[in-house]
Design a protein around this ligand. Structure first.
Ligand SMILES: *[C@@H]1O[C@H](CO)[C@@H](O)[C@H](O)[C@H]1NC(C)=O
Ligand SMILES: *[C@@H]1O[C@H](CO)[C@@H](O)[C@H](O)[C@H]1NC(C)=O
Ligand SMILES: *[C@@H]1O[C@H](CO)[C@@H](O)[C@H](O)[C@H]1NC(C)=O
Ligand SMILES: *[C@@H]1O[C@H](CO)[C@@H](O)[C@H](O)[C@H]1NC(C)=O
Length: 189
């Protein structure tokens, strides 16, 4: 018969073993992370210009904007789901795709969001825009937090890259996203 003490000792040993395994298994999952983030950026490279075209060709409305906002929301949700299912990366500063490569792509996607939406309020043809932003904001904030978790500290470069775009995020009402990215130094202009 095992004594209670022996069972506890075995249990503690197996916990220690599992921890050691975690550390040993920490791998560079940057290629998987990069695939997910690239997909987001590709989506934004379509949605961003489409939003600008809707304004330019005077077909912007709540309905046409909502379609694009739905696409953007689905893409960021997909990032959260995909990254949450990806093991935390040990990262790499030398092997492609590097941590910086991926963070720069993520920043590009976010800049496309803030830039393509920056004329919507002035345009005046989509009065439901603030409600759409209120829906998208927590989705983008969650994706940013997950990104920083799966690729540890990746947001530090994103915050630097968004120094200029950050003010548009606030102007557009993406307050949770802005807060999630962390301190952004105001651009000195
Ligand atoms: C979700 O991301 C995967 C790649 O990570 C992509 O194949 C899939 O099309 C994406 N779905 C959406 C809705 O963006
Ligand atoms: C306006 O642009 C949108 C987005 O590219 C396009 O789907 C739509 O057909 C265009 N409408 C007109 C009237 O040009
Ligand atoms: C990102 O993750 C790092 C740890 O890897 C943490 O120190 C930092 O505070 C996080 N940044 C944000 C904005 O949450
Ligand atoms: C976002 O933050 C700005 C600046 O702090 C504030 O004026 C605005 O009311 C906030 N918007 C929302 C939707 O909370």
């Amino acid at each position: 018969m095992f004594s209670l003490r022996r069972i506890l000792t075995l249990a503690l040993a197996s916990v220690a073993c599992a921890r050691a395994l975690d550390v040993r298994q920490a791998a560079n999952t940057n290629p998987s992370i990069s695939t997910i983030v690239d997909h987001l950026d590709e989506t934004m490279r379509h949605a961003g210009p489409t939003i600008l075209t809707l304004m330019a060709n005077q077909t912007l409305s709540d309905a046409t904007l909502q379609n694009q906002m739905n696409t953007i929301g689905a893409a960021f949700k997909n990032v959260t789901t995909g990254l949450a299912a990806t093991p935390v990366s040990s990262g790499s500063t030398t092997v492609m795709p590097t941590d910086d490569d991926i963070a720069i792509t993520y920043s590009d996607a976010m800049q496309l969001v803030s830039a393509s939406l920056s004329g919507i309020v002035r345009n005046g043809k989509a009065p439901s825009f603030p409600a759409m932003v209120a829906t998208l904001d927590p989705i983008m904030a969650a994706a940013a937090k997950q990104f920083n978790t799966t690729l540890p500290n990746s947001l530090s470069l994103v915050a630097i890259m968004l120094r200029d775009a950050g003010q548009f995020l606030i102007a557009e009402g993406f307050n949770q996203t802005f807060a999630a990215i962390g301190p952004i130094t105001a651009p000195t202009t």
